[in-house]
Each structure stands twice: as C-alpha cells, then as structure tokens.
Ligand binder design. Structure first.
Ligand code: WTA
Length: 683
C-alpha cells in the first residue's frame, strides 16, 4: 500500500459549484423560543456553551485534563495532557496514563448497576430480540476474551471482525479491547475482495464472523463470503464463527474455524482487563480516500474514548436514564462511536438493530422507538428521505413521545428533510442535531449541543469543545477570518479523538490530512461560515462520493472497472440523487470498441462491470449507470476531466464553459448523446 506524492488535489471548480448552489441566509432562532423546548441537562444555556468552548480552545490542557478525569476511569493517571502538533505530524494525548476501554464501557457499570440494560438487541425478525444487561455483557465479553487469549491473541494484535449489526459484534469488539488487542471491523456489506484487502493489510491472524446474517427478511452469507476471501489470506490461523442461523450447509474448515457458542462457554465469566497506554491503538477502521486503496485509520485508546463520551453527553445530552438508538452499523465509524463507545462509556443502553428501516414495513424505526421508549435517535438523512417519501401513515401508528433528541449524520441534511424530521418525528418537541464529523475525527466536529445551541435547518451549527475550526481559501491556503466566508474546512489544533496515523503508512496520513494546508488538519470538505458564525457543510471537494451515507472512493471503483480486460480507461463521478444523496456514475472507454457495438453486447458488458464492482467492493458501490464511450474528456496533458462528465450526467451540460483547453473538445457532444440515451438526461 505504499503511497507516494500528494494524495489530495482540491478541485477548485467543484468547490465553486457547491458553494454556488448553497443557500445559507437563515436567521438564528431567538434563544427564548428555542429553550422553551427542553433545556440541556448538563448546561444551563447558550452562554454556557460559549464559555466552555472558549476555555477548551484557550486552555485545552486544563479543559481536557479535567474532563478526562471526570469521564474516564484510569488505572494510572496521565502526567501530560497533550504533546505534538500538526506541524510535527505527531500527536499524543494523556501521556503516561493507563486504562482499559472495556473496563470503562462495561465493568464499572456492571459493578454499579448489573441489571441495567446495556445492549438492547432488536433482531431483524422481531421475535428473536433480546436484552443484555451490563452484567451479561461483562460475562460474554470475558468469555470471548478468554477464548481469544487461549488462541494467543495479545496486546497489540489486530483481530478482524466481519459481523453484521448484532450484540456479538459489540461483544467481539470489547473482547479484543479487553486484551489490549486492536479490532478492525469490516462492514458486513463488503464483498470478498474488500475483506481480503483489509485482512492482509492489517496482517490479521484471527477473524470473527457468523455463519449467516439476517437483514430485511433475507439471509446474508457472511461465512461463505469470508471463506472466499480467506482463500487468499494464508496467514489467517483461526476463525471464530457465531452460529446465527444454524444453516448446516455453511462450510467450516477443520482446525481453523470454531463455533463461538461451543468454545466461549468453556471460559470464565470474568477475566481481568489488560491495562494499556493512552496512546495504544484501540481500533483500525478502513475508509476511502482520494486515492485507490482504502486507508486503515488508527484510533488510540484514551483520546478516542474521551471524545466519544464527551460528544455523546454534550451534543446529544445523553443522560444515565436515557436510551440511545443509533441506526448505523458497527462496520462504520458511527456504529463504533455512537452505538458502542459513546453510550456504553456513559453507562447508557444502546439499541442494536439488525434489520432495515423498510422491513417488515416502513414503520420499523418508529416501532422500535415506541417499544423501547428510546429518548435519542440517530440516523443518516438517506433513510429519512426514503421514509419521508413513504408517507405519514406508518408514523402516525406509533407513540414517539419518549424522544428528546434526533440526530443526523453522514451527509448534508437538506433543510426540507430537517424540517420534516423536526415536525413529523419530533413533533416540534425534540432537538435536531445535525452532526458533522468523519471516521478520522473519531467523534463530532461540528454539531449543536441539543438544548443549548440554537439550530438552523441544514446547518451543522458550531464546533464542539476543542475544535478550532477554520475556513481556508483553497487557492492561497490562507485562513479566511470573520463571518460570511466560504472555503475548505480545516482545524487549527489537535483534539483528543482524532486519528493518529494510517496503519503502517504515516506518510499517507500526512499527505491526506496535514500536508495539504501546513499547520492545519484538512477535512476534505467544503464549508461556509455564515453571518452568525454557523457552519454549513457543502460536501467533499475531493474524489470521495457519499452514497446513502457510505463513503466511497471514485478511484477505488475506477481501478476495479479497469480489471475488466475490455476496458482501457474509466472515470467515476458522483452526481446528486434524490434518494441516495449521491449516485455513482461510471464512464468507461473500451480497448477495442469496434468489437462490441450491438445493444445486447453493450448491455451484457454493463451488467458484467456492475457485477464485478458488487463482487469486489460491495453492492453499495455498484455504479447506478455505466456509460460506454469512445473517448473520455481529457486535458492536453492526458488527465481525465471528471468535472465535465459530472456536469453532463447532472444535466448541466450548458454550464461546462470553456472547452478550449481540452485535448478533445469533440467528445463533449458525443458524451451528451450517450448520456441522454442511457438515462434520459437532456442537456
Ligand atoms: C460527510 C461519517 C454534511 C462529510 C460520520 C465527511 C457530512 C464524510 C456530515 C465522512 C454532516 C458526515 N453534514 N456532511 N452532518 N457528516 N458528512 O468517514 O463529507 O463515513 O467528510 O464518517 O461524510 O464520512 P465518514
């Protein structure tokens, strides 16, 4: 995965387009009108936020030092709050401290409140739902940790977890952490190619999975997919398989694969947690960047855990008596931080939902909220768009009055969806928290503190404690001070939960985040700060697309398309889509176009390419449309101009502008004709 050169390249024109479309002239609601809803339970009012925010920026050592003592249990106290800088490229927090994240999320509550629900499991098939108390969780985590230990797993080893959204995913993650081992979760929707790549990159010897999963009334073939990935992972020595469906046809390899239920029960219900250093890695999570190969983002124990706990408490205003329903997957960062580490580190029950919002009907989320009296609900706008379309009949059937805070994550939430969420789900009695953050940030970067920071539909509002957000002019690299400015979003100084590196490739970390604008962390997103100082996230300015909240690299999809021998060049772009936020469109050029001309062969080729992407990366990455062209738009130096493809596919061919610097301006008309034929877009 060696990486050379600059990873990031601001597409200035793209930023300009995004900014142009933006509308941020919304007045801030008066605090009185706002605070009458429900006040924040930990803060008095907006000036409390302002005061604490100022303290966190002016004296981060004092602020975070105190919070680290208040929120986390330490085996050994730290002697220095933070060290390093963006200029050095090295960052560390809570030096000298020792702790264990599983102790912090399980033991301390299992001792104090053993019978309190910790993981509320809502199964795809409702009748299989169950609740694990903190005492249950401690027992199950210990048993699996004991088993892993007997297999030789120890501090610093990386264990791959390929499990759907079930309590076992949480147990497996915490079992690794209990031993000081590092988990690397692989999203259950990934196919064999992506699994293999991640297992090999992190040199995992042990993998945890299940026989099959259940989702939306269908069975997913976890073990079968993993088996095919493992054919090319000779270093994997042991696989732990949770029997979820019990299908006898699932293939187990003797000596390598073991059943969870049979093995774990032989181990004691308590094993002591292993104390690790603050900066010891807690987990790796792969994410897409500008360039092809996914990056193994590394998060460290103390800083990450503190960020998770603090944002969950202050942004969501999550209190011990609450119940959080994060409808995200543990295969992504939202599931890590807000289905596991955030709520459990505060001793708050987390609802783990195995299914989909549409099964058995569009009322599933609302039914879950009513059933468990969830106080907090956290979801991506893509699900809200789908549920809004399906009408209000299903919502009206359920009592949603337990809700206090409604969160949104993963992509910009259009103001119309924000308002629908506020009115139809929150009945105007809940706080809406649009939370902006990333895999790399570990926890919320910009988000309102529910009940303390007034909101505006569509704005992520103001930065969280310790986040010194800046808007940078992408052309000059200078910070744009004051209000009413647009640019790319950066952060001026390190915060505890930020990623420390990219696994075994620190250069990639520097290239992607710290070198584009020296002295700042670069988020990859365009943003504006309005007249009130509120932040509006405009979307990625690089080659990352966001489909239904899944972060994808266009480069990664392009290289998979190139694996087909018939393809000579490929260009993948993201265009707006009503349902999925963005959709993947691929334009491919063939090596011998004269050999494939009739409609039937073209259709077959498109199908083959789409299937190949599904197989290698995962179903969610498959291009919605594939355009086959004789030639792709290029600069004179031979670089593909993706902006032109994006414009044409979005029906904005009229605004392509000057094509005189192109090497082949004649392709524009051809591309337009092809696009029109393919999906009826007329420019
Ligand atoms: C986008 C997901 C607008 C953004 C937590 C970011 C958002 C990328 C928001 C990270 C939001 C996330 N408003 N855009 N509230 N939240 N994004 O790593 O482009 O899967 O850089 O983390 O999602 O995606 P990731």
């Amino acid at each position: 995965m060696a990486q050379t050169g600059q990873e990031f390249n601001v597409d200035d024109k793209k930023l300009h387009e995004i900014v142009h479309e933006a509308d941020n002239v919304v007045p801030r609601p008066t605090p009185k009108e706002f605070f009458e809803k429900q006040p924040h339970k930990s803060l008095q009012n907006f000036s409390d936020y302002e005061k604490l925010y100022r303290e966190s920026i002016e004296n981060p050592d004092k602020f975070f030092g105190e919070k680290a003592h208040e929120f986390l249990s330490w085996d050994h106290d730290f002697h220095k709050v933070q060290w390093g800088s963006f200029k050095d490229g090295e960052i560390a927090w809570f030096l000298g401290g020792k702790l264990n994240a599983s102790y912090n999320c399980v033991d301390r509550f299992a001792f104090a409140t053993p019978d309190k629900p910790a993981v509320i499991f809502e199964a795809d098939d409702e009748s299989e739902s169950r609740i694990l108390t903190f005492a249950d969780l401690l027992r199950e985590v210990s048993k699996v940790a004991g088993l892993l230990q007997s297999w030789g797993v120890k501090k610093g080893d990386i264990v791959a977890i390929y499990l759907p959204m079930t309590p076992e995913a949480i147990i497996a993650m915490l079992a690794c952490v209990r031993l000081g081992a590092v988990h690397s979760c692989i999203f259950a929707g990934f196919s064999a190619g992506s699994i293999k790549e991640r297992i090999i990159d992190a040199d995992c010897k042990v993998v945890i999975t299940c026989d099959e999963g259940k989702r939306g009334g269908r069975v997913t073939h976890s073990k079968e997919i993993l088996n095919s990935a493992l054919k090319e992972c000779p270093d994997v020595e042991k696989v732990l398989v949770y029997k979820r469906t019990g299908n006898p046809e699932v293939e187990m390899v003797e000596g390598r694969d073991f059943w969870w239920q049979e093995e774990a029960d032989q181990f004691p219900g308590y094993i002591p947690p292993v104390s690790v250093d603050s900066e010891d890695p807690l987990f790796i999570l792969y994410t897409s960047g500008s360039t092809g190969a996914p990056k193994g983002v590394v998060h460290c124990t103390a800083g990450y855990l503190l960020g998770a706990a603090l944002t969950t408490r202050y942004v969501f205003d999550l209190q011990p008596e609450d119940i959080l329903f994060t409808a995200g997957d543990v295969g992504w960062i939202t599931g890590h931080t807000y289905a596991l580490y955030g709520p459990l580190s505060l001793g708050v029950p987390t609802i783990v939902f195995e299914g989909t919002p549409a099964y058995p009907d569009m009322g599933r989320f609302w039914k879950i909220i009513e059933k468990y009296k969830a106080t907090h609900f956290y979801v991506a706008p893509t699900a809200l768009r789908m549920l809004k379309k399906s009408g209000e009949a299903e919502i009206a059937k359920y009592d949603l009055s337990s809700l206090r805070t409604l969160g949104s994550v993963g992509e910009p939430i259009a103001s119309e969806i924000w308002k629908w969420y506020d009115e139809k789900i929150g009945h105007k009695c809940c706080h809406i928290a649009d939370t902006y953050w990333q895999t790399e940030s570990g926890s919320h970067l910009i988000a309102p503190l529910a009940g303390a920071v007034p909101t505006k539909p569509g704005a992520a509002t103001l930065p969280f404690f310790g986040i010194d957000a800046v808007i940078i002019d992408p052309t000059t690299g200078k910070v744009r001070e004051g209000n009413d400015v647009e640019g790319v979003l950066g952060v001026r100084s390190p915060w505890p939960s930020m990623a420390r590196t990219v696994y075994h490739c620190h250069q990639r970390f520097l290239n992607a985040y710290l070198r584009p604008y020296p002295g700042f962390y670069f988020t990859g997103d365009g943003a504006g700060r309005d007249h009130d100082g509120y932040y509006w996230i405009r979307g990625r300015v690089d080659d990352v697309v966001n489909v239904s909240g899944h972060r994808l690299s266009t480069g990664e999809i392009e290289s998979v398309l190139l694996e087909n021998k018939k393809v000579s060049e490929s260009a993948v772009v993201g265009i707006s889509d009503d349902l999925t936020g963005q959709a993947v469109i691929a334009a491919v050029q063939l090596k011998e176009p004269e050999l494939i001309t009739d409609d039937e062969s073209l259709l077959a080729l498109r199908k083959k390419l789409r299937l190949h992407v599904r197989k290698v990366i995962g179903p969610f990455a498959a291009p919605k449309t594939i355009i086959i062209v004789d030639d792709l738009p290029k600069t004179r130096s031979g670089k593909i101009i993706r902006r032109i493809i994006r414009k044409i596919c979005s029906g904005e061919g009229d605004s392509i502008g000057d094509t005189s610097t192109m090497a082949n301006p004649e392709v524009v008309a051809k591309l337009e004709a092809e696009v029109e034929q393919q999906f009826g877009v007329k420019n």
